[in-house]
Design a protein around this ligand. Sequence first.
Ligand code: BES
Ligand code: ZN
Ligand code: ZN
Length: 496
Amino acid sequence: MKITVQAGPKVPLSSDLLVVPAYARGARGADIDPSWRAILPKSVLGPVRTGDFKGALGSRTFAHSPDGKPSERVLFVGLGPKRGVDGNVLRRYGGIAGRVSQATAGKKSIVLLPTSGKRLDAVGRTRLVAEGLTLGSYTFNDYRAVEGASRIENCSVLLPDSEGIASARKSAQLGMDLADGVNLARDVGNAPPNDLGPVELADRARRAARASGLKVRILDEKAIEKEGMGALLAVAQGSVRPARFIVLDHQPSRPDGRPPLVFVGKAITFDTGGISIKPGAGMADMKFDMCGGAAVLGAMAAIGKLKPKRRVIGLIPAAENMPGGRAYRPGDIIKSASGLTIEILNTDAEGRLALADGLHYAQRYEPDLIVDVATLTGACVIALGKHFSGAFSNDDKLCRKITEFASDSGEPMWPMPVTSDYVRQIRSDVADVKNLGGRMGGAITAAAFLSQFAGDGPWVHLDIAGTGNIDRANDLGPKGATGVAVRTLVELAERY
Ligand code: BES
Ligand code: ZN
Ligand code: ZN
């Protein structure tokens, strides 16, 4: 779907779908922006005039115009009360418009830009609606032999007047670049594990880097061994597919001189559990175990296009976790790149091993901040469900700051504790650390394990096990990989 920006009120509203924002005003029903009310014929305003449509946030209703004017199909989308309209509401509005456009046959849809939004001018609002449209219209149809329902080809966001239209167009492009990064992460996340092993992931990263102007370096198994990454190699050794370590680098043409940000993403392209094999039920979902790596890839692709002034590096340790004659075992003691030895007690706690070597590699950049992203623990899903990612850090203030960035990005995250008591739980009798911290507080002991490899500088770990993929569509996309954390990472690159 191609997205363009136009300015009214002279643009003809004739289209296959006209999307109209409406605000809730309690018992009195919904309210329409005066500039849009003025150009809509009374006949299509029925649901709003009668009060049958109340404009609750996320609600929607169709009106049909028998003479096809201005458009046969009109969709009213509720934004909730006017004073509550913020970036998240506008993104969601775009998402709903995108999803419905995507499911509607025809050539053209027109999406009217809401004229309200907290501390946001028309330019800022356009960016968020364009972002939402790009997210909401996403589908994953690469593997269907027979195409699904036809969809609208062109979608145009309509501004009430042409003031600032040039900057609104630029701003819409920024929103689309960001959302394209999220959609790249979704594509990679949704890809089936037979087609996406570490090598294929590295190929995709190389292609994305080229398209976005990023530097890229792929370490193959020899180079990984040379780096001493025994933890990543242990995970990979049970699979016929070799590991890869992907390095993506955004080097600004005029750097601001500040130390870089480094993102590290877990990319287990399929997690069987290894010798500590997982039960069959739900194992297919373990193709999503590379969603942390996919988020780093998607964020870096967007960063390459948005070109923030700060240097940003994305690291993706990638492996497949399989059982087999060469697989690593419970009881093994391995040596990580940091030099710390790790006693393996469960081969299904593999993500922290891949990340241990990634976090150690991150140190060489002497970064301002390290953020790792991982579908790390089932325990995090038990703790927070599927609506919040867990945020863990060696600095409580930093942790809260990151959750604020995340909230602005529409990616809810909740701060979780990591203290020395939890670190004690991963001390080993025979090695420096063990990869299992006991049944209780499993998301936290996993984070405590990572903390041993993250160095002394500021570090945040995001556990997206519950949020990386969803079982039901929402307003911003279909079921499957969500691309979560991409928006927060890009926000950090732009504003941290
Ligand atoms: N990839 C899983 C975590 C996971 C579970 C992600 C459910 C998404 C949904 C991870 O590698 C894993 O298996 N973790 C184990 C750790 C345990 C063995 C300490 C877990 O959570 O059970
Ligand atoms: Zn596992
Ligand atoms: Zn895993």
